[in-house]
Design a binder for this molecule. Structure first.
Ligand code: HEC
Ligand code: HEC
Ligand code: HEC
Ligand code: HEC
Ligand code: HEC
Length: 407
């Protein structure tokens, strides 16, 4: 401040045009000239005064989104101060975050910084990544995209699947787009097949599922399912997340036959009990939440049957973690007879306990049918009741380590 004059500088907050397109000052100034505008319009060429992510190579395009959608940290204290005083030096179109870097636990870069983070914030990695370095929180998709095998090809970016301004000629319903900003058709195999054309020829040969089956839909996260990821890092693999009623041994066996994967050594439980049951009863809070959600996922229900899911979801509604209780309740609402089921997942233990007892009673007396079949791998007896001895043992083995998934 000088005399009575303030030198205030205004920044655009939030996710506005310049966050993705870089500064527009020059762009606006130059395009006041109608001749320039007309020429650009006629040639359809790029306008060098502004960044358009769809004209960038994969890595730069992805980083334009990754500047926000990544787990990042400051290069050093000096850069941090600079960032806090002057804002981000990164501009869409560049290939480097300048004051910051994207934190990938398994990569060779920034070892010193990562060591420092580990020392000052010991849970930093655990709260954001699986044990093998795969990102486990949402909103940080760049980490997954950058680490995916597809990224090495140089064309893979967020825009392979997403679009930010839909609807020139409204190719799709805006309500549908708003949900996840996907390009038309990108919630299906098309997202992968645009590049992996060889896989269209014979989908069944690759996925071993009929083309119309949900098992042939590609997964969001680009990696191949393995039983090792589940045994070594506790990350539920895609096969068992759909085939909820199957053991890890079953998946391991199929993966060995279909793709020549090695079969890891498995415990007695992993050979006899469905993986989802082990995860929801004795897994850590993140595994429990994932399975509670998965039990409400239609493709998984189609693959695994619905009748046996009730007792597990009702059980999940009493989880110590509110997030698990919420997921379990929402999943229960996907099952017949519980569509409108009311439940206060934040209520105190006693009120919740009463409601859960009522819910279980409703299922066992009114909803369960004599013809329902309960397989032994589910850990339920032939009537669908949780086998008390087994259940108590599994619960006593529960992984109670605190889980905080950082936003
Ligand atoms: C979250 C990032 C993001 C924001 C915010 C954003 N855009 Fe875009 N914009 C993109 C991307 C990515 C493309 C490439 C095409 C697409 O994805 O739709 C694009 C394309 C464009 C294009 C070219 C369209 C075409 O048909 O080639 C124009 C013009 C544009 N944006 C203007 C704007 C304006 C004006 C704003 C602010 C009101 C804005 N954008 C905000 C990401 C963004
Ligand atoms: C300046 C930071 C920033 C940039 C740049 C940015 N995003 Fe985002 N994006 C956000 C935030 C913050 C949210 C969460 C908004 C909210 O509260 O729902 C979000 C939400 C989203 C969502 C989810 C919306 C929903 O309904 O759940 C998608 C998809 C997305 N962004 C994709 C992109 C893509 C693709 C790009 C690059 C073209 C991009 N974003 C660039 C900050 C950013
Ligand atoms: C923009 C193009 C592009 C898109 C879209 C794409 N991929 Fe890829 N993908 C590649 C390239 C290129 C490679 C090979 C990278 C290399 O190793 O050189 C690859 C490699 C892979 C691999 C590793 C193959 C191996 O033998 O190691 C898998 C698995 C894979 N992609 C699955 C997928 C899935 C699933 C999707 C959809 C969710 C997808 N890809 C979407 C380009 C793409
Ligand atoms: C291979 C296709 C593909 C690519 C590449 C891709 N996404 Fe997505 N994305 C999806 C699909 C499909 C969904 C919706 C389904 C879901 O939530 O898993 C989604 C959902 C999202 C969401 C919403 C998540 C939520 O929890 O609601 C965000 C944010 C997002 N993507 C950001 C990004 C960003 C940023 C990039 C690039 C760094 C990216 N995505 C790359 C396919 C893709
Ligand atoms: C998105 C859900 C989904 C995923 C992921 C999935 N499947 Fe399937 N799978 C199904 C469905 C649904 C069927 C029922 C038959 C059909 O439609 O092909 C099925 C059938 C099967 C069958 C034959 C029927 C049986 O019960 O023996 C086997 C074996 C199988 N899947 C193994 C796997 C393996 C191994 C994986 C992981 C590589 C996997 N599936 C991933 C949904 C899925």
């Amino acid at each position: 401040m000088e005399g009575n004059r303030w030198d205030s500088q205004v920044a655009e907050f939030g996710i506005a045009c310049e966050a993705c397109h870089s500064e527009g000052r020059d762009h606006v100034a130059q395009n006041r000239n109608p001749l320039r505008r007309f020429k650009l319009h006629l040639t359809g060429g790029p306008d060098p005064t502004i960044t358009n992510a769809s004209r960038l190579k994969g890595p730069e395009s992805a980083l334009a989104c990754g500047q926000c959608h990544s787990v990042w940290a400051f290069e050093n204290m000096e850069k941090k101060i600079d960032f806090n005083r002057h804002g981000a030096a990164f501009r869409p179109g560049k290939d480097d975050l300048v004051q910051r870097f994207v934190v990938q636990p398994e990569s060779d870069d920034h070892r010193e910084q990562k060591k420092f983070i580990n020392k000052t914030e010991p849970d930093f990695f655990k709260n954001r990544f699986w044990g093998d370095g795969m990102i486990r929180v949402t909103g940080r998709e760049y980490n997954g995209v950058e680490a995916s095998p597809c990224f090495r090809g140089g064309d893979f970016s967020c825009l392979s699947c997403h679009e930010m301004h839909p609807g020139d000629g409204s190719r799709q319903d805006i309500k549908q787009w708003r949900n996840d900003q996907l390009r038309p058709g990108m919630e299906s195999d098309a997202a992968c097949i645009q590049c992996h054309k060889d896989k269209t020829e014979n989908i069944t040969a690759h996925t071993h599922h009929s083309p119309a089956s949900e098992g042939s839909r590609c997964c969001h996260q680009v990696s191949s399912p393995s039983v090792k990821e589940s045994v070594s890092y506790g990350r539920p693999n895609a096969c068992n997340l759909c085939h909820l009623d199957k053991t890890l041994a079953w998946a391991s066996d199929k993966l060995a036959t279909w793709y020549n994967q090695e079969t890891p050594e498995l415990s007695q439980d992993d050979r006899t009990l469905a993986a989802s049951v082990l995860w929801i009863v004795k897994g850590d809070a993140a595994q429990r939440a994932l399975v509670a959600w998965g039990m409400g996922w239609k493709p998984a229900q189609d693959a695994s049957g619905r009748a046996w899911l009730y007792p597990f979801l009702i059980y999940g509604m009493n989880d110590p973690y509110a997030a698990v209780r919420y997921d379990a309740w929402k999943s229960l609402q996907t099952l017949p007879a519980f569509e409108d089921h009311a439940f206060t997942y934040t209520a105190d233990d006693k009120e919740r306990g009463n409601r859960i007892t009522e819910t279980y009673r409703k299922w066992s007396r009114e909803v369960r049918k004599p013809e329902d079949v309960f397989q032994p791998e589910t850990g339920l007896d032939q009537f669908g009741n949780l086998r008390a001895d087994l259940f108590q043992r599994l619960r006593s083995e529960r992984n109670n380590s605190p889980v905080v998934l950082a936003e």
